[in-house]
Write a protein that binds this ligand. Structure first.
Ligand code: 9WN
Length: 438
């Protein structure tokens, strides 16, 4: 394989190998993120997976999303994990006997027939559903795909906007770092420090059987994750009072992007998208008002129990670039941040690092504290293209395709070298590679 990526000669092979990864991780009704480490269905993984799968099998992409939506709770939440009953309990922690969704989640309307977690993940689903529809509108219409998913996606957004506006400013809060999807990002250090960790002997981590401990969150992090999840469960997953409550820019930006997608879905179904578009605009204004830091030229997280904005620069603060309707000042601030000393995209780094290269917490191998992930680079690539930065978008796209190929579709990579970390054969890496190839 040549050092310079040449899509005309390499596209065939990387394309086929990406399809093989997704085929290997397909269970018959959904796709696992990776065979060893994550043997169940994950919420935002499935959305990214569907976005890639639509190019190979629009039918399977629809099924991926529908399987996830079948596990939706009565209150509208989409759980972050849907458990596969044929996988042994000790294969992943926390397992169904920890979450106890069918009993502890009864008041919130957890499904009876399938076991799930009780927390959520970023709402990429309506965006995914819209993109899946567009890949094969004939099949989608014949199966009534959008008509079936629309009410469920609307209920999902309703849950987030009505039950999770814990700060009262119109934005959604996450109540656990797993909800935001970037588990051990340095932005969580301050809000997590107030949480008393569960004792290490009270649980057994399964992830260390698959990943190098220095690439994973620490035991102390896990103690706090377990405490937060246990207390949420013991409160029957009711929302309102949360010891950890953070407004995150990526989570909210993905909700807004999905709200725009829901407007289009509504129109496709013959209804009006006007109210949804107006809501997306209101949410964008709230995002800017509450999380944009003009001096920094970046969006930051807001700690509802702390001193306001959390002063850590993370990739989460760049993700809102994917939104339409941002001011010129914000777009150019984000592009400058991406290319500047803290992320160095286009110069020293290959993909977008998850954390500030100059930050004290930066670690090029530890999970969300520095390594580059393919989903976030894919989101930033979309944002660059949307805002007319085609040359930068093209360069990032080439880098993503090259590193996905040479890392064997790694879960995450060293942002400087592209060296693989975590699992290989990771589904969203393969799926988003396919999307960028089309
Ligand atoms: C906890 C599945 C998930 C991703 C997350 C990633 C990681 C889980 C874990 O794996 O989180 O949900 O066990 O570490 O951080 O973004 O969805 O791929």
């Amino acid at each position: 394989y040549t050092a310079v990526y040449d899509p005309t000669t390499a596209a065939g092979s990387v394309h086929l190998r990406a399809i093989e990864v997704l085929d290997g991780n397909w269970t018959g009704t959904s796709t696992v993120p990776s065979r060893g480490l994550y043997p169940h269905q994950w919420s935002w993984d499935s959305a990214f997976i569907a976005i890639g799968l639509r190019h190979v099998s629009p039918r399977r992409a629809q099924t991926e999303l529908e399987t996830l939506l079948d596990a939706q709770w009565g209150d509208g939440r989409i759980p972050h994990i849907v458990f596969n009953p044929s996988v042994p309990l000790d294969a992943y922690f926390p397992s169904p006997d920890f979450w106890r969704s069918s009993t502890a989640g009864r008041a919130a309307g957890a499904p009876r027939t399938v076991q799930t977690s009780g927390i959520v993940q970023p709402p990429v689903h309506a965006l995914a559903a819209w993109l899946v529809h567009r890949a094969d509108p004939g099949l989608s219409r014949a199966r009534g795909f959008l008509a079936r998913v629309y009410p469920r996606l609307a209920a999902w957004h309703r849950y987030l906007l009505h039950r999770r506006d814990l700060g009262g400013g119109g934005l959604v809060s996450v109540v656990h770092p797993w909800e935001q999807g970037m588990d051990n990002a340095p932005s969580w250090d301050a809000p997590l420090a107030r949480i008393a960790p569960a004792p290490a002997r009270s649980f057994r981590r399964a992830d260390l059987a698959h990943g190098a401990p220095e690439d994973r969150p620490t035991d102390l992090d896990y103690g706090r994750y377990v405490r937060l999840a246990t207390d949420y469960r013991d409160g029957e997953y009711s929302d309102g009072r949360a010891p950890f409550a953070v407004e995150d820019p990526a989570f909210n930006a993905l909700l807004i992007a999905s709200e725009h997608a829901l407007a289009r879905i509504a129109e496709e179904l013959g209804a009006t998208g006007t109210a949804r578009r107006a809501r997306a605009q209101r949410l964008t204004a709230a995002l800017v008002d509450r999380l944009w830091d003009p001096a920094e030229g970046l969006f930051l997280c807001r700690d509802l129990h702390g001193d306001g904005l959390i002063r850590e620069r993370g990739v989460s603060g760049l993700v809102p670039l994917l939104l339409p309707g941002l001011s010129r000042e914000i777009v150019s601030g984000l592009v400058r941040a991406l290319r500047g000393p803290h992320f160095q995209v286009g110069s020293a780094t290959r993909l977008v690092p998850s954390h500030d290269l100059l930050g004290e917490a930066f670690d090029p191998h530890r999970y969300w504290r520095g390594p580059a992930w393919f989903n976030t680079s894919w989101l930033v690539e979309r944002g660059l293209r949307l805002h007319g930065e085609g040359a930068y978008a093209d360069a990032l796209r080439e880098a993503v395709l090259d590193v996905a190929d040479t890392s064997d579709f790694a879960e995450y990579v060293d942002p400087y070298t592209g060296e693989a970390c975590g699992a290989t054969g990771f589904s969203w890496t393969a799926a988003l590679t396919l999307d960028l190839l089309h």
